[in-house]
Design a protein around this ligand. Structure first.
Ligand code: ARG
Length: 827
């Protein structure tokens, strides 16, 4: 290969000399070099200036509104195609031009302005102005536009008064909305008709999806001196994501300006969600901007006008009563102030209980209260709050409510009463919050006052209580039970395992080396449940078994969105445990469920008796329920399938014949053969439907947990049903929901001695208060697991009374029956 080298010819040294000898051209070369250097440095300078934004011009569009003085609103102004509209719009444009010309940061860069609408008051004009501004001046221009200006056009020949604009303000606009104001292919204008409701929808709703990459707008108007109430009855947009999701915005203006946005909505909402909004004037602008290609039905909305409130707030002179934010439970209107002056007889004090309180402002730190707020006793309240009480040290109290120009919420509902100033809680203990509780609840280890004041400064009873570091008293048997009952962890200190060992879920201490080694050393599987690396281990009764027979050391791997088994069997048959709606309502008084929130919940009606038990849907043809619901009693054949009707997709017991609700007859009832009518052991039944159910927004199956699935103590779980709302009370009409927690088995055995079997689990609060009750039996416990999927942890079975202290509800543990259910139903 060295043949190549021979071909290389190096330049002989004497050649260099030859070049140097061409003397006369040297000056030319030098001149060229200097010019090039000069040019290069010029270029660099220009480049630096350019990069700093020197000559970068940006298009900026501002949306704004202004008031025209001395002008009366006429109907023709509502329609942008009339001559009157055009004439007034031209005058406004002329005046705007004049205004911008007086401002150095705006005048030279103004390109175009247009008026998009007028409304009453005396006349308000909505407009946009477009500028092409050097980058460096943008901020200054934005500041100038946001200031309120006034401008006057000198009088013309024919009119003798001058044309005056006041409160001229504008704000930079999301570039996407600009097209909305220019393109009219998806713009609609609607005027409220008398007291009637006007309906409107996204194009094609509900049969075809709303258009992709669309900019739609709806101008809603009412008569002068009215306000509008707008409700979204159905709302299904693409899911919200950080950037570029499809978005509906409602403005308290006819200009799409952010400082007057009332709400921004995306995703889906159940029909029972409170989506009613009030305007402060007689207009609303609704815009829909879509960027995604996904297919969703859109929304259906309706609005009507109502007279503008002449005042809100007032004098409250009764001994007790209620008051609320304007239009509660609709979202309060923007830009309103109300004052309530409460006055009770001289020797008494005032107490106000806020039962519902939602004044949440998006993108604001929660405690700032600079926008919407309630002010009592000089203290401002805002955000979302659980029930709270405010008291006064006199017979008077003033409550103020303020809402600013943007973003509104449900508001508040409050009740006030008077009390004897010398004895605020006759015969009871007074919490520091002002609430009255029974004397016996003081120092009992349970926080009955929301602020724990009933558990402070207590002397614990040493025979059955433990004194926490924070001075709270807790039952002795809670020591070292693996749960932080004191709140400061002191009940779990000193029960730790020695160094180089770890603590099992059941309290055992084992060497660290036994953790995640594939063997169930603890005996409860807890040493193998949370291992980072999923590996194949020896199969035991606590390891998940893939269809190919291999076992995993991972806890609850079914349907968690991660394929753990090499054959993918842990992610098979996962069409379950998902809701159609991405949002759930906040509770506005009570614990009503949302429609579609628990689509697997079934109501079982016995012939001539109405609702008797609950059940859950696990497949198109099978339900899970409690065996005790199907035992013959007092001459009624509850075990006979023909006696029953199952209602699926039901929300309100009075609305069983509404569309969406499915009525099914039962073909078969299979009670667990070991069910014991005395102990309620094996309280489980599966029911076969005569015809398969049709899945829909409100009818869907719940996931069944694998036999190895663990619902650890302390986990929050939901219980649902139409059962009694209190012990000895009456059944609910609307499906109820309650959040309860899994209670450690040993704790529960000590609360319900000799009554618990391994097929049962306790779920509830030891302090009582939330529980299932008569009529909830057979219904599911819904547990949100990894990936947001909902699994059925248990079946409502029995309890001592309902919601009693230290008597939690008892549920059939569903994981114990996975194999039996499979055998009976194939599911
Ligand atoms: N056995 C009752 C029924 O038939 C359910 C009771 C549940 N009780 C309780 N406290 N959790 O509806």
């Amino acid at each position: 290969m060295n043949g190549c080298e021979e071909a290389v010819e190096f330049l002989p040294v004497n050649n260099a000399k030859k070049v140097e000898k061409r003397g006369p051209r040297r000056w030319v070369v030098l001149a060229i070099v200097i010019t090039v250097i000069l040019l290069l440095s010029l270029l660099a300078g220009v480049l630096v200036w350019h990069l700093r934004g020197g000559n970068v011009w940006v298009q900026k569009v501002f949306n704004g509104h202004l008031r025209i003085k001395n002008e009366n609103f006429i109907d023709a102004y509502e329609n942008s195609t009339t001559a009157e509209f055009a004439q007034l719009a031209n005058q406004v444009k002329e005046a705007l031009k004049l205004l911008y010309n007086k401002i150095p940061a705006l005048g030279p860069y103004h390109k175009e302005s247009a008026v998009t609408a007028f409304s009453e008051g005396s006349v308000i004009a909505y407009y946009w102005s477009e500028f092409s501004i050097p980058q460096a001046l943008v901020e200054e221009a934005e500041r100038a536009m946001a200031k309120e200006h006034t401008v006057t056009l000198p009088p013309r020949q024919r009119s003798h008064h001058s044309f005056m604009l006041t409160s001229v303000v504008a704000f930079p606009t999301d570039p996407r909305t600009v097209q909305t104001t220019r393109d009219s292919s998806c713009s609609f204008a609607l005027h409220a008709q008398g007291t009637k409701t006007t309906r409107f929808t996204t194009p094609g709703f509900p049969d075809s999806p709303y258009p992709a990459h669309a900019h739609c707008s709806w101008v809603l108007r009412g008569d002068a001196d009215s306000v509008l109430s707008l409700t979204f009855r159905s709302f299904h947009l693409a899911p919200c994501d950080e950037r570029g999701s499809d978005l509906v915005t409602v403005y308290d203006s006819l200009s799409p300006v952010e400082p007057q946005a009332v709400v921004q909505l995306c995703g889906t909402y159940p029909p029972s969600y409170n989506l009613t909004f009030l305007s402060s004037q007689n207009v609303f602008l609704v815009t829909l901007i879509t960027s995604t290609e996904r297919r969703h039905p859109g929304f259906e909305a309706a609005f009507f006008q109502l007279p503008k409130l002449s005042s809100c707030g007032g004098y409250l002179r009764q001994a007790q009563g209620t008051f609320s934010s304007p239009y509660y439970p609709g979202h309060f209107p923007p830009n309103i102030d109300c004052v309530w002056n409460i006055e009770v007889p001289n020797n008494r004090y005032v107490k106000v209980r806020f039962k519902v309180f939602y004044l949440v402002e998006p993108n604001m730190p929660p405690a700032s209260c600079t926008k919407d707020y309630v002010e009592v006793n000089g203290e401002k309240h805002c955000g979302e709050k659980p029930q709270f009480v405010v008291t006064s040290n006199s017979s008077k109290m003033t409550v103020r409510f303020h809402s600013d120009h943007s973003y509104t919420d449900t508001g508040f509902l409050a009740e006030y009463l008077s009390y004897d100033s010398r004895d605020p809680c006759p015969g009871m203990f007074t919490c520091n919050t002002g609430r009255c509780i029974r004397k016996a609840l003081r120092c009992d280890g349970w926080a009955d006052c929301a602020d724990y004041s009933d558990e402070l400064n207590c002397v614990c009873n040493v025979t059955h209580q433990f004194t926490c570091k924070n001075k709270l008293c807790k039952p002795l048997f809670w020591l070292c039970d693996g749960l932080n009952d004191c709140g400061d962890g002191s009940d779990e200190q000193g029960c730790k395992c020695p160094a180089q060992t770890f603590k099992c879920g059941n309290g055992k201490c084992l060497p660290l080396s036994q953790q995640c080694d594939g063997k169930d050393n603890c005996g409860d599987g807890s040493d193998e449940a949370t291992c980072d690396k999923v590996s194949i281990v020896t199969c035991t009764s606590r390891t998940y078994r893939c269809h190919n027979g291999l076992c995993l050391n991972k806890g609850n791997p079914e349907c968690d969105g991660i394929k753990d088994c090499s054959d993918g069997s842990d992610e098979k048959d996962c069409d379950c445990g998902q809701r159609s709606f991405s949002r759930q309502s906040r509770v506005v008084g009570g614990q009503d469920a949302d429609e579609g929130e628990w689509p697997w919940q079934v109501s079982l009606h016995a012939l001539g008796q109405g609702h008797v038990c609950g059940a859950s849907l696990i497949s198109p043809t099978w339900l899970v329920s409690a065996a005790h619901c199907h035992v013959d009693d007092k001459g009624f054949k509850y075990s006979d399938p023909t006696m029953w009707t199952a209602y699926l997709g039901l929300h309100d017991q009075r609305k069983r014949s509404e569309p969406g609700v499915q009525e099914h007859k039962l073909k078969r009832i299979i009670r667990h053969p070991d069910f014991n009518d005395f102990t309620y052991d094996y309280d489980l039944a599966v029911l076969e439907l005569e015809k398969p159910a049709e899945y829909s927004n409100v009818v869907r199956p719940i996931c069944l947990p694998d036999a190895t699935h663990v619902f650890p103590a302390g986990k929050a779980i939901w219980v649902t049903g139409w059962g009694h709302t209190e012990e000895g009370g009456t059944a609910a009409l609307i499906l109820q929901k309650g959040e309860i927690r899994v209670i450690n088995q040993t704790t529960c055995e000590s609360l319900l001695p000799q009554q618990l079997t391994s097929r049962m689990m306790c779920v509830g609060f030891l302090s009582g208060g939330v529980d299932s009750c008569q009529g909830d039996s057979g219904g599911p416990l819904s547990s949100v697991e990894a990936d947001g999927r909902i699994f059925q942890a248990g079946v409502v079975s029995w309890g001592e009374g309902c919601a009693r202290r230290e008597k939690p509800g008892v549920y059939t543990k569903l994981s114990e029956f996975r194999d039996w259910i499979k055998e009976q139903t194939g599911v």
